[in-house]
Design a protein around this ligand. Sequence first.
Ligand code: AMP
Ligand code: ZN
Length: 114
Amino acid sequence: MSDCLFCKFVSGEISPQTVYEDDDVLAFRDINPQAPCHVLIIPKKHISTLNDLTEQDAELVGKLYLAAAKVAKQEGIDEAGYRTVMNCNEQAGQTVFHIHLHLLGGRRMNWPPG
Ligand code: AMP
Ligand code: ZN
């Protein structure tokens, strides 16, 4: 999608701070980190919101979580613990409309979230 920031990361038009990449997934540091470790994991395929997933995307979503676990290990936060979050639409605070899994760690997380 030509006007999508995260598609520009995938195409290489803009370079994020990449921490992990494979054929299907890209992971990079959030520009406005909410925790000592804050990484966004995205599918290379453009999907606007969680509501737009199809049955064909089921494996791809699994790959986002596999990548999150790999990055957590790479970042050294896997044993202490971390949180993964995907916001959907306005009330959840979604601001970039290319789905992304937030990986947050390196500090204690509050529950329930605000
Ligand atoms: P969400 O609010 O769930 O849509 O999350 C979007 C996230 O993208 C926010 O945490 C932003 O800080 C992050 N973000 C926005 N622009 C960039 C950028 N250029 N590079 C890295 N992260 C970004
Ligand atoms: Zn996109």
